[in-house]
Design a protein around this ligand. Structure first.
Ligand code: PLP
Length: 386
């Protein structure tokens, strides 16, 4: 059976051109990038070129880019690493309620260890509530963390306004840009972003590679102890091939961004129109806000999202739900609940995310499959069709 992959926000296929760039570093250029011999220096060259490629995409100095194992590690390093340097009264953390677990869970851990943590709600449009953010950030706040685009809804967050607000009160702004890095142009200096998280595997690069941009002058403590790599901020022998892959994936994403954005947006919007015309009782979450061009988050009245997902999987179509498996039970998406959806509607939702290799045939096939599965499930439940 042909497989239709529509889960690009979870991860992406590795671009063959990225694999080619990585290949020498998986075979002949295998030395440790910290070794002084020539073989080591060849590996070092790969790492530093990747750092320049990432820095150039962000318009920052290469020396301000810390390589990590991906978005989760970068988020942990940003939050824990900055708060470890808290002094005096300024030791608070403010996060939005719709952050990824890679921010929410370290925030919970910090709260347990005594850090005052405030969680700011979002509005029904899926954007963080700036009024509530303004109330939450004060002169005891050291760091505010707000993502760029939400991974479930694709809703873009008012990062620039949040940064202004944080700076007015003397706090730093960290932005988890895992879903937008490479897809949208990013400019930390213009947007006032002090720390920025990015990851390779959402832009057709390898898994297990990412970075944290840290604006010069910000004190950040290593969360691992070991060697002197990454200026002592992130010890451990560099994953040279994966970092080379991150650099190459960045260059390709930037070069193809405008063409890919238009093509994928058209497919995504066509898919939504198709679904809406075939089915009643569908709701596009985050519709009123500006959204990432590849994401559709749709609730289907009377349908269980997990059941829909499994039925689509039987037809070879890969999508996801925002629910999380906690202690053996499936919890509805914290993002949709924060937007004010009731639990039943949140549970009736799937995320469809498109990308570089998605075709019009695939979106047409997906629309047909979703419509027929939803009709079948509804008929089974109530006897009613469309
Ligand atoms: C918004 C966001 N932050 C962080 C992460 C974690 O990144 P990684 O998978 O590279 O650890 C993800 C991955 O889904 C994400 O979507």
């Amino acid at each position: 059976m042909k497989r239709t992959y529509l889960d690009y926000n979870a991860t992406t296929p590795l671009d063959p051109r990225v694999l080619e760039a990585m290949r020498p570093y998986l075979t002949t250029i295998f030395a440790n990038a910290s070794s002084f011999h020539r073989a080591g220096q060849e590996a070092r060259h790969g790492v530093e070129r990747a750092r320049e490629q990432v820095a150039s995409e962000l318009g920052v100095e290469p020396g301000d880019v810390v390589f990590t194992s991906g978005g989760t590690e970068s988020d942990n390093l940003a939050l824990k690493g900055v708060l470890a340097g808290a002094q005096g009264n300024r030791r608070g953390l403010v996060v939005s309620a719709i952050e990824h677990q890679a921010v929410l869970h370290p925030a919970q851990r910090l709260a347990v260890s005594g850090v005052p943590v405030r969680v700011v709600p979002c509005g029904p449009d899926g954007r963080v509530d700036l009024g509530r953010l303004a109330e939450a950030v004060d002169d005891t706040t050291l760091l505010v963390s707000l993502m760029h685009a939400n991974n479930e809804t694709g809703v873009l967050q008012p990062v620039r306004e949040a940064a202004r607000l944080a700076h007015e009160r003397g706090a730093y702004l960290h932005c988890d840009a895992v879903q937008t890095y490479g897809k949208l142009p990013l400019d930390p200096s213009a947007d006032g972003i002090d720390l920025l998280t990015l990851s390779a595997h959402k832009i057709c690069g390898p898994k297990g590679a990412g970075a944290l941009y840290v604006r010069k002058g910000i004190k950040i403590s290593a969360q691992l102890q070991g060697g002197h790599q990454e200026k002592n901020v992130r010890p451990g022998t560099e994953n040279v091939a994966a970092l080379v892959g991150l650099g190459e994936a960045t260059v390709l994403a930037a070069a193809e961004r405008s063409a890919e954005t238009g093509r994928v947006r058209a497919l995504r919007d066509g898919l939504w129109r198709d679904l809406r015309s075939r089915l009643d009782g569908v709701r596009l979450n985050g519709q009123v806000a500006e959204r990432l061009y590849n994401t559709l988050n749709v609730s289907f009245e009377g349908i269980d999202g997990e059941t829909l997902l499994m039925n689509l999987d039987l037809e070879g179509i890969c999508v996801s739900t925002g629910s999380a498996c906690t202690a053996g039970s499936v919890e509805p998406s914290h993002v949709l609940l924060a937007m004010g959806l009731d639990e039943r509607t949140a549970r009736s939702t799937i995320r469809i995310s498109l990308g570089r290799w998605t075709t019009a045939e695939e979106t047409a096939q997906a629309a047909g499959a979703v419509a027929s599965v939803v009709k079948r499930l509804r008929t089974r439940a109530t006897g009613a069709g469309k």
